[in-house]
Design a protein around this ligand. Structure first.
Ligand code: ADP
Ligand code: MN
Ligand code: MN
Ligand code: MN
Length: 332
């Protein structure tokens, strides 16, 4: 029997690329081959020279279709097989080639917001929900909206063999989080893009849209981030490299913030468990710092750090490559 392969890739939209996918029927026993698409419809090519190439980079079981069907994460190439200018995965590949010997690990906390009928899920028509306070890790129909989607998504990630490590309801009504990791510099990005695709696709069946908007509701409501937990072998063994990593991030703070997702100034205000985007700080247990050292890490004198700045809409290939380049060049 032939099988269905869903080819998934990042498009060329600015400032934030979104996912596209299409289905290929692949002959029995064959690997998903290189394929192509019309780049003029995805902001990746002009109409008179529209061909772009899809290169499979990670293939997993398709938990939605089941059977022998597959999900195929791809990166985008030009017809001459050079990386397309929208291809950020190659940055992560370069960083891994350069510093993979330090064994970098990432754990990404993907926050997101459900929308239904044009407003955040759970938001009453023409009014306001009760203020924040009970929604984080809440239970009950007065606190929680969309749990059925979350449960389906978690199971789908597990069936696909992704390293999903947990989920929780978030501080803002209709907002949730899942975590992917620990995984390597390139792989964590491949996995996160697949997990994002599964989220959008599964929510579609519930007539709900999941969004990565970093600040869905202005005012006294939490934004959505992609906290990035990071360690190297040396950091997992002693404390000095933990501090060195925090200091290294401080030296390039503004450069990092610029590439941590569009609209970051709206989210990193200094309120709602964030540090202001224009200032850099780190501290133990401090959820108001740019970078947090978890208390267990301070106690054990080894472990990992959490960069709290990346937005929910950040590109994990970009964030991971920057962190590896900035930190590992100092730890070497
Ligand atoms: P928070 O307390 O900030 O909400 P979470 O539990 O949501 O943290 O997420 C922590 C993430 O960090 C998880 O994905 C976990 O797998 C990952 N993680 C744990 N240890 C390490 C490590 N040594 N290096 C990198 N990531 C790690
Ligand atoms: Mn978390
Ligand atoms: Mn969170
Ligand atoms: Mn966190």
């Amino acid at each position: 029997m032939p099988y269905r392969a869903e080819y998934i890739w990042q498009d060329g939209r600015k400032p934030t690329s979104l996912l596209r996918s299409k289905t290929k029927i692949v002959p029995d026993g064959a690997e998903p081959p290189i394929w192509g698409f019309d780049g003029s419809s995805t902001e990746q090519a002009p109409g008179d020279n529209s061909d772009c190439v899809l290169r499979p980079v990670k293939v997993v079981s398709d938990p939605i279709r089941g059977g022998d069907d597959k999900l195929v994460m791809c990166d985008v190439l030009n017809p001459d097989m050079t990386p397309h200018e929208t291809n950020t995965r190659v940055l992560a590949v370069e960083a891994e080639e350069m510093y993979g010997d330090q064994e970098p690990w990432f754990g990404l906390e993907q926050e997101y917001t459900f929308y239904k009928d044009g407003r955040p899920h759970g938001w009453p028509i023409g009014g306001f929900p009760a203020p924040q306070g009970g929604y984080y890790c809440g239970v009950g129909a007065d606190e929680i909206w969309g749990r059925d989607v979350v449960e389906d998504h978690t199971w789908a990630c597990m069936e696909a063999g992704l390293d999903i490590s947990g989920t929780n309801a978030e501080v803002m009504i209709g907002q949730w989080e899942f975590q992917i990791g620990p995984a390597g510099t390139v792989d964590v990005g491949d996995q996160l893009w697949l997990a994002r695709w599964l989220l959008y696709r599964i929510a579609e069946d519930y007539d709900i849209s999941a969004t990565l908007n970093p600040k869905p509701v202005k005012g006294d409501w939490n934004g959505a981030g992609m906290h990035t937990n990071f360690s190297t072998k040396a950091m997992r063994e002693s404390y000095e490299p933990i501090i060195a990593a925090c200091e290294a991030l401080g030296e390039k703070a503004q450069e990092h913030v610029k590439h941590y997702g569009a609209g970051i100034e709206d989210r990193l205000t200094g309120l709602h468990e964030t540090a202001p985007w224009s200032e850099y700080s780190y501290g133990v247990s401090d959820r108001g710092a740019s970078v947090r050292i978890p208390w267990q890490v301070a106690r054990d004198q080894k472990g990992y750090i959490e960069d709290r700045r990346p937005n929910a809409n950040a590109d994990p290939y970009v964030v991971a490559s920057m962190m590896v380049n900035t930190i590992c060049s100092k730890l070497a």
